[in-house]
Write a protein that binds this ligand. Structure first.
Ligand code: MG
Length: 218
């Protein structure tokens, strides 16, 4: 019996390289108002608004700047797919693992670098921006499952699939992955610059090549 059944990935800094937060990349590109951003961020951390409300607030700042789909793609020109990402995903899929995305990132990021991502992953938790035929933002569906709530998304999938958390793997790079890395049977800190996360992870992979995770999972 294989030890693990489900492998979940973070996006920014894990599947996608040259980025810690794609939100920050978009804010820089669209030059949104720092004070309004700070205000919403503080409201979230003080418990006055939900994560979803915070995310929708920030996406609305881009909408106000008339951000079009092509602008989002331009904004992330300097990002790239992580080394070995496609080979790793294909290998895991061929080996029969369920694959999931549990991320605070945005659909436009994955769409640019893994255009067929919807077919690869059995479950996808991330924030989505929809565009109309002219490339304008038409609809926003922000995730609730970022930060500590990433662990809730993991539990949701595990419950539905009737597998234990011990049989789940999570790979992430940042402090918003602390809780989910603790909960997963195998928590991998990948491309990670944070000692707190490295300390609680079951495995630390410093080499920036996703194929390095395979020997710990297969
Ligand atoms: Mg990340």
């Amino acid at each position: 019996m294989p030890k693990y059944k489900l492998v979940c990935f973070d996006v920014d800094g894990t599947l996608i390289d040259n980025v810690t937060s794609s939100w920050q990349v978009f804010h820089d590109y669209f030059q949104t108002d720092k004070h309004r951003r700070e205000d919403a961020k503080n409201k979230f951390f003080n418990g006055q608004i939900s994560y979803k409300q915070w995310a929708e607030h920030d996406i609305n700042l881009w909408k106000e700047k008339n951000a079009k789909k092509e602008d989002f793609f331009k904004a992330i020109r300097s990002l790239k797919l992580m080394n070995g990402a496609m080979e790793t995903l294909r290998k895991l899929k061929q080996s029969g693992f369920k694959l999931a995305i549990i991320s605070g990132s945005l659909n436009v990021v994955l769409e640019k670098f893994i255009p067929d991502y919807e077919g690869f992953f059995d479950d996808i938790f991330l924030s989505r921006i929809h565009f109309d035929e002219n490339g304008n933002i038409s609809k926003v569906e922000a995730t609730e499952f970022d930060m500590d709530s990433k662990a809730l998304a993991l539990k949701k999938i595990a419950e539905r699939e009737k597998i234990s958390l011990k049989e789940c793997v999570f790979i992430g790079d940042y402090l918003n992955d602390m809780k989910i890395i603790k909960e997963a049977g195998l928590g991998i800190a990948f491309n990670c610059n944070y000692q707190e996360l490295k300390k609680i992870a079951d495995v630390v992979v410093d080499k920036k090549d996703l194929r390095e995770i395979l020997k710990h999972i297969l």
